[in-house]
Design a binder for this molecule. Structure first.
Ligand code: FAD
Length: 419
C-alpha cells in the first residue's frame, strides 16, 4: 500500500492529536522531524516483516544512519542524550510508522536509559561508581558504533513480574562470570549484537537483591537462539528463545554494579514504562488510518464513508479515548523521577493500563468503523489490531498487574495490613 497519506496526517494538528499542545524542546522537535523523514518507508516495509515474521533490518540501518542507536546515550559520552520524556516522544513517533521497530527499539534504548543518569542518582560506593563509569562507556561505545542491544528478561515464571529471583544464574569464577539460563520472548533474537540479561548471582540463598544486569555478546560460545516465531502480533520483533549455556563474560559485562538493579527498580518505577510509547503511537496510527480511510484519502479507496452518523460516532469514540490516553501520556512521561510520590506511582500504573488497553480498543474500533474491506491485508489495520493486543501482556507491568497494584494501593495505606 502507498503510505504517503501518513505525511499529511503526521503533520496535521487538526487530525493528529499526537503532540498538539504539548510543549516540545528544540531537540524533541528535531528528533521527531528526523523520524518523519524515514517513517513512510518503514510503514511500507512493515507489511513484509509482518507477513514473514522477519526483523526490520533495513529500518535499523536507517536508525544507525540517523545516529539513533545512541539516542539515550548521554551527550557527554557521545550520544544524543535523550532523557526519558524525549525518548518516549520519539518512540511513539517511530511506532506511528512501524510498531515492531518501536517495540524492539525500546529494548535497545532501555539498556542505555537505565544505566545513565538514573544510576548516577542511586546510592553507589565510590568503587561502584568508578566501575560503572568504565563499563557503561564501553557499552555506549558499542551502541554508538552501531551495535544493537536487546533486553531479554522473561523466563515464563514470576521473575519478570518481580515475584522471585531470576532463574538465570551468574557464577563468579577466575575467568569471569559464567551464565546459565533460558529467556523466552527475546525480542531481536538473532539480530542483536548484545543481550542485556537480568540474572541472579549464584549465592547460597539468592534473593532479588542479588539480581545482576549483564550484557552478553550474541557471538559468545554457549549463546543460542532456538524455537519458532509465529505469533499473533508484533511479528517483526522476532522474539524467540535465548539459551545461555556456560557462557563466560568478563566483569565489564555488568551494565549495573551488583545490587543496584533492585535499588533502581524500587526507586524509579517509571523505568518499566519504556514500552508504553510504542502502543500510544500505534493507537494514533490506527485512528489516523481510520480517518483517512473514511475520507477516502488512502490509496485504493475511492468511496467516502464519512457522511454516515454511525461512522462519525465511532470515530468520535476513538477520538475521546485517544485524547484520554495522550493526556495521561504527556503528564506521566513528565513525572519520571527518583522516588516519585505515591500518587505519581499510581498514576503511572493508570497510564500504562490505559494506553495498553486503549491501544487494543482503538485498533479494534478502527476495524469496525472502517468496515470489511479495511481489514484486508493490503491495508495496515488488521496488523495494527493484532500488534496492539500484545501491549497489555508485557511484564512487569501487564494490564492485570497494574490493576492489582492500583486496587491494593487505593484500599491500603503504605504498610497497612489486615489482622
Ligand atoms: C511481542 C512480544 C515481545 C516481547 N519481547 C520481550 C523482550 O524483548 N524481553 C522480555 O523480557 N520479554 C518480552 N516479552 C515477554 C513479556 O514481557 C511477558 O514476559 C510475556 O508476555 C509473559 O508471557 P507468559 O505466558 O509467561 O505470561 P503470564 O503467565 O501472564 O506471566 C508469567 C508469570 O508472571 C506472573 N504473573 C502474571 N500475572 C500476574 C499477576 N496478575 N500477579 C502476579 N503475578 C503474575 C506469574 O508468576 C506468571 O506465571 C515479549 C512479549 C511479546 C508478546
Amino acid at each position: 500500500m502507498d503510505s504517503s497519506y501518513l505525511i499529511k496526517y503526521a503533520k496535521s494538528a487538526d487530525a493528529n492529536t499526537m503532540f498538539d499542545g504539548a510543549p516540545l524542546t528544540d531537540l524533541q522537535r528535531e528528533l521527531l522531524a528526523r523520524v518523519d523523514q524515514y517513517g513512510v518507508a518503514w510503514a511500507e516495509r512493515a507489511f513484509k516483516h509482518d507477513r514473514e515474521a522477519s526483523f526490520p533490518t533495513a529500518n535499523y540501518e536507517d536508525l544507525k544512519e540517523m545516529g539513533f542507536l545512541g539516542l539515550c546515550v548521554p551527550k557527554r559520552l557521545g550520544g544524543i542524550g535523550a532523557d526519558y520524556r524525549t525518548y518516549a516522544l520519539v518512540a511513539s513517533r517511530i511506532s506511528y510508522y512501524c510498531s515492531t521497530t518501536a517495540n524492539t527499539f525500546n529494548m535497545h534504548n532501555a539498556n542505555a536509559l537505565w544505566t545513565a543518569d538514573m544510576v548516577d542518582a542511586l546510592e553507589l560506593t565510590p568503587e561502584q561508581r568508578e566501575s560503572h563509569e568504565h563499563n557503561r562507556a564501553l557499552h555506549y561505545g558499542h551502541m554508538l558504533a552501531g551495535k544493537i542491544y536487546a533486553q531479554p528478561f522473561s523466563e515464563g515464571s514470576g521473575a519478570a513480574a518481580g515475584k522471585h529471583p531470576f532463574g538465570t544464574s551468574a557464577h563468579k569464577t577466575a575467568d569471569g562470570w559464567v551464565l546459565n539460563g533460558k529467556k523466552i520472548f527475546a525480542s531481536l533474537s538473532g539480530h542483536a549484537d548484545y543481550y542485556g540479561v537480568l540474572c541472579t548471582e549464584d549465592v547460597a540463598e539468592p534473593t532479588r537483591a542479588h539480581t545482576m544486569f549483564m550484557a552478553v555478546p550474541a557471538n559468545a560460545p554457549g549463546v543460542s537462539v532456538v524455537g519458532d516465531w509465529d505469533p499473533l502480533g508484533m511479528r517483526g520483533t522476532v522474539s524467540r528463545t535465548l539459551l545461555l549455556k556456560n557462557v563466560v563474560v568478563p566483569d565489564t559485562a555488568q551494565l549495573m554494579p551488583q545490587g543496584v538493579y533492585i535499588q533502581a527498580a524500587s526507586q524509579y518505577p517509571h523505568m518499566f514504562m519504556t514500552l508504553t510509547p510504542c502502543y500510544m503511537g500505534l493507537a494514533q496510527a490506527a485512528y489516523d488510518f481510520a480517518v483517512a480511510y473514511l475520507r477516502a484519502e488512502v490509496s485504493d479507496v475511492n468511496v467516502k464513508r464519512r457522511m454516515y452518523p454511525t461512522k462519525q460516532f465511532g470515530v468520535a469514540e476513538m477520538y475521546v479515548k485517544l485524547q484520554q490516553a495522550w493526556a495521561l501520556f504527556h503528564r506521566v512521561t513528565s513525572e519520571f523521577k527518583r522516588n516519585p510520590s505515591r500518587t505519581e506511582r499510581m498514576r503511572a500504573y493508570a497510564c500504562q493500563y490505559t494506553i495498553m488497553e486503549y491501544s487494543a480498543e482503538i485498533c479494534s474500533a478502527a476495524v469496525k468503523v472502517c468496515g470489511g474491506q479495511a481489514m484486508l491485508k493490503n491495508f495496515p489495520l488488521e496488523r495494527m489490531f493484532r500488534d496492539s493486543r500484545c501491549g497489555s501482556l508485557m511484564l512487569p507491568w501487564t494490564a492485570e498487574i497494574c490493576l492489582d497494584r492500583i486496587g491494593h494501593g487505593v484500599l491500603y495505606e503504605e504498610g497497612e495490613r489486615d489482622d
